[in-house]
Design a protein. Structure first.
Length: 219
């Protein structure tokens, strides 16, 4: 499943590059942005064994870089890259409030955006696309270690993404950007004991809202 998701994302990315090449003679423009993001999971999960406990995921604030290529006056392709770290805890049941460690999330996302022409200063846009998410660098907590847990492994995820945003154009190509994304993101978390047995596999829907504000340069 990981390989299939990666292949799907790669095909979309390669298709985007082909579009770039085909539009070399167009009057397209590049937009580079630096944003500060608040990544706020809207999580839900199955429970761990018979404990009645699910997984809660905290938010994170991170820096992010992205690039947009305007294919036409209205249509653009945006690629974003940033990584966040999330603390995990028990939700309800006998393990409620237990520290379940932390994990880092890398969700490169490619979207096709439509930019509305409402004047030279304000340029709102909407977009839809795809993301391929990798979970890495899991840090085991003392709470789980005391229960003979050795590690938790996470499957990668492929899902859709939607966004709305606005560029406020300043002078000499500079701009201010506001952006909101919703990313379809899920994983199967395999809880591995110290003796090598699998205690349980928990299905987790992360589905974060991503709120961004930043600056950019159009050229």
């Amino acid at each position: 499943m990981k390989k299939i998701g990666f292949v799907v994302f790669l095909l979309v990315f390669v298709s985007a590059l082909n579009v770039f090449a085909g539009c070399a003679a167009c009057d397209g423009r590049w937009i580079l942005r630096f944003r500060i993001l608040s990544v706020s999971p809207d999580e839900s999960s199955s429970t761990i064994g018979n404990t009645g406990t699910g997984v809660a995921i905290d938010s994170d604030v991170i820096p992010e870089f992205d690039v947009t290529y305007m294919l036409t006056e209205h249509w653009g392709l945006e690629l974003i890259a940033g990584t966040s770290k999330h603390d995990l805890s028990g939700k309800n049941g006998s393990l409620a409030g237990a520290d379940m460690g932390s994990v880092k999330v890398l969700p490169p996302t490619l979207t096709l955006n439509y930019h509305f022409n409402v004047g030279e200063k304000f340029q709102p846009y909407v977009g839809v696309g795809i993301n391929y998410t990798t979970f890495y660098d899991y840090d085991l907590s003392n709470d789980l270690a005391s229960l003979d847990v050795k590690h938790i492994s996470y499957d990668s995820s492929t899902g859709l993404a939607g966004q709305v945003g606005m560029d406020i154009n300043l002078k000499d190509g500079w701009l201010i950007n506001f952006d909101v994304k919703y990313i379809d993101m899920s994983t199967d978390a395999k809880i591995i004991l110290k003796n090598g047995d699998v205690l349980d596999t928990v299905s987790v829907d992360v589905n974060p809202w991503v709120f961004g504000v930043g600056v950019g340069y159009r050229f």
